[in-house]
Design a protein around this ligand. Structure first.
Ligand SMILES: *Cc1c(COP(=O)(O)O)cnc(C)c1O
Length: 393
């Protein structure tokens, strides 16, 4: 039997239907902890806005959980990325390396600086930036000197590299950090999807000079909307705090600002939710891994696709579980999506790669064969912690 005929879409939908109930969303939040208590406390005390004890507490909890030296909470992950790029010295006309296969926020943050995203390919093993391919590309087009790194084809400075941990699976950070160091590029991790994911035993987000998290409603932990910047550099954290609070100069009564800053601070009421959510994070992660294991086992016998598992150097949060259709079966993806939809199972394709979006079609890029291929073969599955079967002792 040929590979193409081995994929039985009805069977795949049936198997998924045995793992998760009909109607399950891709990722739903869960508020079974102290959310109501802490939010009520904000309302009762009047501290709902951009100052308040929960913001400090949330930042402390984030630093504790991840092991980062400092965490600065922001209104959302996109704003955090924008602030990181400003802090990295990104100027209008610069280029920033971004994976082609990512959520649009990664590329948009570059545009907010008036800079150009420069798209890089993915690696099938991690679904994230391919360090070897990036190095070969930079060897071809870039020149690193005292003035920084320059794209010899466009004449523009290349300022930074943003990597993204796709669906929570860590990219290969060690070689990536080496490539960045070799070319004098600032590494920023878009860890929006990887809270609770570890690379070689250390939390993601600690390899770059800075990184960001997202607490949007579909992420592992939510504050309604929210984000954070992580860094081990105290001065950088101070600069991040300043930039995201309108660059207001500290003074008892004067209201003065020393640069164009941003109103990117996370409101206290959202941070209150975040504190309650972080208290439950270990439980969320445990159940998410259990769900991933159930999917892996259930799909082990299925032909024509495989359940995507963490690379061997990583411990993933399995933010979004996913299957990867076998090479050559990309044209059956929509049949799988339709069969699942018919059975009431929510499944979603990966993002349209960035260079396929109208506003980014003329951006500089390397060969993007793997990102293209992965984007056509990936299917995300319902992944909420509540979908895990009860643990048995
Ligand atoms: C969720 C997400 C973000 C940030 O999203 P916000 O909604 O702004 O918090 C950034 N990058 C990626 C890859 C994401 O998945």
């Amino acid at each position: 039997m040929s590979a193409a005929s081995a994929l039985d879409v009805e069977r795949v939908a049936r198997v998924l239907g045995e793992v998760v109930p009909a109607g399950a969303a891709l990722h739903e939040p869960e508020f079974a902890g102290n959310e109501w208590t802490y939010v009520k406390d904000c309302l009762d005390s009047g501290w709902v806005s951009s100052a308040g004890a929960y913001v400090d507490r949330f930042e402390g909890m984030l630093a504790d959980f991840t092991g980062a030296g400092h965490a600065v909470a922001t209104v959302n992950g996109t704003a955090a990325l924008h602030a990181c790029l400003v802090l990295a010295g990104t100027e209008p006309g610069d280029e920033v390396i971004v994976p082609a296969l990512t959520f649009v926020a990664t590329a948009n943050a570059v545009s907010y600086c008036g800079a150009h995203p420069h798209f890089a390919d993915s690696e099938a093993r991690t679904l994230g930036l391919d360090p070897a391919k990036l190095e070969a590309h930079l060897d071809d087009v870039a020149e690193a000197g005292d003035g920084g790194c320059r794209n010899t084809l466009t004449g523009r400075p290349i300022r930074a590299v943003i990597c993204m941990h796709t669906f929570g699976h860590p990219v290969d950070l060690d070689p990536l950090a080496e490539v960045c160091a070799r070319f004098g590029l600032t590494l920023i991790e878009d860890a929006a999807e990887s809270l609770g994911s570890y690379y070689k035993g250390r939390h993601t987000g600690l390899w770059g000079r800075m990184s960001i998290l997202s607490f949007n409603g579909n992420k592992t932990v939510t504050t309604g909307g929210g984000g954070a910047i992580l860094t081990n550099d105290a001065q950088l954290a101070e600069a991040a705090r300043h930039l995201t609070t309108t660059a207001r100069q500290p003074h008892r009564w004067e209201c003065a600002h020393d640069r164009v800053g941003y109103n990117y601070r996370l409101p206290n009421i959202n941070a209150a939710m975040g504190c309650a959510q972080l208290e439950q994070l270990p439980g969320f992660l445990e159940r998410k891994r259990r769900l991933a294991e159930t999917y892996r086992t259930a799909l082990a016998g299925a032909e024509g696709l495989r359940f995507f598992t963490e690379p061997d150097f990583a411990r993933s949060n399995y933010w979004l579980n996913a299957v990867l259709l076998d090479p050559g079966l990309a044209d059956r993806r929509d049949a799988v999506l339709a069969a699942c939809d018919d059975g009431g199972i929510t499944t979603r394709p990966a993002w349209t790669p960035m260079h396929r979006l109208k506003m980014y079609e003329h951006c500089p890029r390397m060969d993007l064969g793997t990102a293209e291929d992965l984007s056509r073969r990936l299917i995300a599955l319902p992944s909420s912690p509540r979908l895990a079967a009860p643990a048995h002792g």
